[in-house]
Design a protein around this ligand. Structure first.
Ligand code: NAI
Length: 529
């Protein structure tokens, strides 16, 4: 693959063109400033908001988006991909000049056919592999940053040359630019976000679980694994020196240990999971799901954010960050929600938090203990001392149901669910089948919400399930009793699922009703009432 550098690009091609930067956010501001400092003629198109004010303060001529488009030879669309299709259709497409060069910083909207390109324009990609702040800082420091370029439509016959000239003007060819298709850029980007990143996050969470379970102090675990910044520093060195050469920076003990033990982590199932994610991206299934989720007002995203914020690990991280004196450095980051009030937290409150974290994570150990052939009672965590008592946990404390009792409760629950008005209303415009499979009991049951009917029964569903959930009997009992949040339990690894994440989360909208019915069935069956 050829890497393009400064000498491959000709700035003269765009020196006398009017360039409109549409959007003055992360990429917009950085790229507009770099283009202007490269001697080009830049205006900004932005709706009337704080970003427009910032562009004015930076001494740009700021116009409404449609006006800026009509004035420009080169239009750089630097607004969020989520809003781009509507803004493009309403304010950009009708005002694009013939022979204009339309520039994207991400291939997403074109690759997933959310934008229809008029025939008489060039459409190119100039996609920095760098966040906006880095685009500006690297340019000012004279370093440059890598980027992808691409061509979706070449009306002028010079589309690639335009993309290279723009890449040079923002500072990318100083480092090196590679050509890809719009689809490749979008798919690789999504793969990093949806597969590589989460798989890595899962390794991190599993390690935190294991080490806390084994009694290591939570602060030491977080510091060791990532919060000291040592690991991030090593990643920087990997980017600089390569995976093999950077090992020279570590001790020989570290080199021998990581290389010899690394062989254990060649896990075929991991590759299968990554491929599943990639297939979903390439088929367009993710893009369709996300567009649908947004048109519903993004309720699933809100649910996931809330669950992430409620994780005890989030509070402990916040506390540890403050104790280490690290401050949020990027004012543009929108926090997941108000950070917990930790400044004034008393020692006892802190102990309670750590106890809660241990208990919460300890649930994994407790579940494993339950899965052993000889059932064992829940054991107190080795790290829990009388001075540091674990918080009471209704799930961990609940006595697990035996198989026969659980089956009777579930049968009663499924019978009641079939006639529950709230569930039937939920089923009206849907067709969702879920299968629940227990990991520690030979038990499977299913529930289907379809066209106003709710049906369920023991065993596998008659038609393939869109969502298959796996969990221990105690987790199921906790989830349906309302003492365990299913999203949080999934994030913690207590529930694993296969199938459509959004569909799985949609069912949470009737979670309260499911809990009410299950609780009634449980009481009726167990107390014989
Ligand atoms: P951003 O979120 O910083 O964009 C903010 C800008 O969009 C503001 O000027 C705002 O006025 C405008 N905007 C927001 N909603 C709007 C609406 N409904 N109508 C009109 N204008 C609206 O966007 P960001 O992160 O700079 O992304 C821009 C493009 O760059 C996207 O295609 C993204 O995929 C791509 N990209 C972003 C990177 C990053 O560092 N964030 C890295 C590489 C590519």
């Amino acid at each position: 693959m050829k890497l393009y550098h400064d000498e491959d690009a000709d700035l003269d091609l765009i020196r006398h063109k009017a360039i409109a930067v549409i959007g003055y956010g992360n990429q917009g501001r950085a790229q507009a400033l770099n283009l202007r400092d490269s001697g080009l003629n830049v205006i900004v198109g932005n709706r009337a908001d704080d970003y427009a004010a910032r562009a004015k303060a930076d001494r740009f001529a700021v116009h409404p988006i449609a006006t800026a488009v009509s004035l420009a030879d080169v239009v750089m669309l630097l607004i969020p991909d989520e809003v781009m299709p509507a803004v493009y259709a309403e304010q950009v497409a009708p005002r694009l000049r013939q022979k204009a060069v339309l520039v994207f910083a991400s291939g997403y909207t074109v690759a997933f056919e959310q934008i229809a390109l008029p025939p008489a324009i060039d459409a190119v990609l100039v996609a920095p592999r760098m966040i906006g702040a880095g685009v500006r800082e690297s340019y000012v420091a004279g370093r440059g940053f890598p980027a992808f370029i691409g061509v979706a439509q070449d009306y002028s016959g010079q589309a690639r040359a335009y993309a290279l000239a723009l890449a040079k003007a923002i500072g990318a060819t100083r480092a090196g630019v590679a050509e890809v298709t719009f689809a490749q850029e979008a798919e690789l980007d999504l793969f990093t976000e949806q597969c590589f990143g989460p798989a890595f996050g899962s390794v991190l969470m599993t390690s935190v679980n294991l080490l806390l379970d084994e009694g290591y102090p939570p602060e030491a675990v977080l510091l060791e694994l990532y919060m000291s910044g040592e690991f991030a520093y090593t990643l920087g060195k990997i980017a600089e020196l390569g995976t093999v050469e950077q090992t020279a920076l570590h001790s020989t003990t570290s080199q021998y240990g990581s290389m010899s033990r690394g062989l254990r982590f060649q896990i075929p199932a991991l590759r299968d999971k990554l491929r599943e994610g990639l297939d979903e991206i390439r088929s367009g299934a993710f893009a369709r799901e996300w567009a649908e989720e947004q048109s519903d007002g993004a309720p699933t995203l809100a649910m996931l954010r809330e669950a992430a914020r409620e994780m005890p690990l989030y509070a402990l991280e916040t506390e540890l960050r403050q104790a280490l004196g690290s401050q949020r450095t990027d004012a543009a980051i929108e926090p997941l929600g108000p950070p917990p009030q930790v400044a004034a937290r008393a020692t006892t409150e802190r102990r309670r938090l750590i106890g809660k974290l241990r208990t919460w994570l300890g649930r994994v150990g407790w579940r494993e203990a339950e899965e052993r052939p000889t059932p064992q009672p829940a054991v107190p965590h080795p790290a829990s001392t009388p001075a540091d008592p674990p918080a009471a946990d209704p799930i961990a404390d609940a006595a697990p149901l035996d198989l026969a009792a659980l089956e009777r409760v579930l049968n009663a629950f499924l019978t009641d669910a079939a006639v529950a008005p709230a569930l039937r209303a939920f089923a009206r415009d849907r067709d969702i089948t879920t299968a629940y499979r227990l990991t520690d009991r030979p038990l499977v049951f299913h529930l289907r919400f379809a066209h106003g009917d709710v049906t369920g029964g023991m065993g596998d569903p008659p038609t393939p399930a869109q969502v298959a959930l796996k969990m221990s009997a105690a987790t199921l009992d906790g989830m349906l009793s309302g003492s365990l949040n299913p999203t949080r339990a999934t994030l913690a690894g207590d529930i694993t699922f296969e199938g459509e994440a959004r569909t799985a989360l949609t069912i949470q909208r009737v979670q309260k009703e499911l809990i009410r019915l299950y609780a009634a069935a449980r009481t009726r069956v167990l107390e014989g009432t």
